[in-house]
Design a protein. Structure first.
Length: 475
């Protein structure tokens, strides 16, 4: 017998697999080559194990025609906070799992404690004790006393709001069994640990196991669950990427810690749109929704001062009035300063170059400061025209009429280019009392008339400046 006939089967080489995205490699590496996550590559089964097919089991219930599925149980219910309902698509769906992520200190716990208190008040007012029972708030980051102090400060004390300070998953599930809540809030998912899973709380395997257990509870008992999530230094949600795939809704809580304005936007939403934004005012007495946030974005004193112009930005589908302020001052330095706050610095620099080149505005020896009011962020190109007019007003010492709102992108040739959502911007400007609007010429013919608002199409910066100065002139 030839030696080749007695060959033995070569043992299968070990395979390494990323626990986040499933990427495989023949040798261990510290960083996944697909999702670039660190420490997620683990030794797993080989190709033969990956091809295993589980045995078929009899289903607990037969498949039904889609038209026979009851949709009433999946109707969204209000959380009691209208701005959060706006982001979620009308309310929270029974059995839905919502992940709210944000930077430390932005107000995640305050918002969810307020939501829990309002949901508990609804349960207390209902004759049968509410839809399913009280609200259970589980904190793993603070003690029960600390949460109680916050609840007193924001007025969130209600007997139907149950509080538990736990970090063990099994104990948390025991609280759910005992309370039978209509809403479960977990603050935060990174602080809860499963004793049957190796690793410290907050690790990849722990977060995946805890999230899977909570999602199972939510789906089997139709309990909506609100999870608080941490973020990394680059702003992404901490933990495995699969966490965002498992939950139904992912919301980002944003805001400058030096400003009272907070925004909640949906990054993923299985039950509604992802282009809605909720606005909140965070103060010492709690957090309140802002149905009309113009008071934060516009200065209180609308006096005749050079260097101001109002525009309307779009956050998702929501128009946000924003006041742009500019200051042009002689510079004692060889290299004049260009300072911005709340704006895209590169776009502001480009707009200044266009003003100097196309309109002959002398800015080479002047310091230019451009800022938004109230900590608003206006980084879309549609604010270019308002920035240009504010700088032009400050540089020439001319007062821009306070009834003017400007919307449009400025090109390098000085033309005012079209932008999106002009009709919604104009409607918001008219609601706030503005009487004149400067808009790009392109697309102006398709705009519907807005009562009380005179729309002036402009094709370039020169036309925009002339139209802006003529608004306040008699006749």
């Amino acid at each position: 017998m030839s030696p080749t006939a007695t060959k033995t089967a070569r043992p299968a080489r070990p395979a390494f697999r990323c626990s986040d995205c499933g990427w495989t490699t023949a040798k261990w590496v510290g960083r996944c080559g697909e999702c670039q996550a660190w420490g997620t590559v683990e030794e797993g089964a080989g190709a033969a194990a990956a091809a295993r097919v589980p045995a078929a089991l009899a289903p607990s219930a037969p498949a039904r025609p889609i038209s026979d599925v009851d949709v009433e149980a999946a109707r969204a219910r209000s959380t009691g906070v209208s701005e959060l309902d706006r982001v979620l698509g009308g309310g929270i769906v029974p059995g839905a799992v919502v992940l709210l992520a944000g930077e430390p200190g932005v107000g995640k716990s305050t918002l969810l404690l307020d939501v829990a208190a309002k949901a508990a008040a609804v349960a207390a007012d209902a004759a049968d004790g509410g839809p399913g029972g009280p609200v259970l708030y589980v904190t793993g980051e603070e003690s029960a006393g600390q949460v109680r102090l916050r609840a007193e400060r924001i007025g969130a004390l209600t007997p139907h709001l149950l509080l538990a300070a736990e970090t063990d998953l099994a104990t948390l599930l025991g609280h759910v069994d005992n309370a039978g809540p209509s809403l479960l809030v977990v603050d935060s998912v990174q602080t809860i640990a499963d004793s049957t899973v190796d690793g410290a709380a907050g690790g990849t395997s722990q977060v995946r196991a805890v999230a899977s257990a909570l999602i199972h509870v939510a789906k089997t008992r139709d309990i909506p669950v609100l999870l608080v999530g941490h973020v990394t230094k680059d702003g992404s949600i901490a933990g495995p990427r699969v966490l965002e795939h498992l939950v139904d809704v992912v919301c980002q809580f944003e805001g400058d810690r030096h400003s009272r304005l907070r925004m909640v936007r949906a990054v993923k939403n299985r039950y509604g749109p992802t282009d809605e934004v909720g606005c909140f005012d965070l103060s010492d007495t709690g957090i309140t929704g802002l149905a009309d946030p113009s008071g934060l974005f516009l200065s209180g004193q609308r006096s005749a001062v050079p260097g101001t112009c109002v525009t309307v930005t779009l956050e998702g589908r929501r128009p946000m009035p924003t006041e742009i302020q500019a200051l042009v001052a002689p510079s004692p330095l060889g290299s004049p300063r260009r300072t911005t706050s709340g704006l895209d610095a590169s776009r502001v620099s480009m707009t200044l170059a266009v003003l100097q080149s196309r309109l002959g505005v002398s800015l080479a020896s002047a310091d230019v400061y451009v800022s938004t009011v109230g900590g608003a962020r206006a980084v879309e190109p549609a604010v270019d025209l308002a920035v240009a007019l504010a700088v032009l007003s400050s540089g020439e010492g001319k007062v821009l009429d306070q009834a003017v709102v400007a919307v449009g992108e400025v090109g390098l040739t000085g033309e005012v280019r079209a932008t999106v959502g002009v009709q919604r911007r104009l409607a918001e400007a008219a609601r706030l009392g503005f009487t004149h609007a400067l808009v790009p010429t392109h697309g102006a013919a398709d705009l519907k008339p807005v009562p009380g608002l005179t729309v002036r199409p402009v094709g370039n910066l020169h036309e925009a400046a002339l139209a802006a100065w003529r608004v306040g002139e008699p006749g």
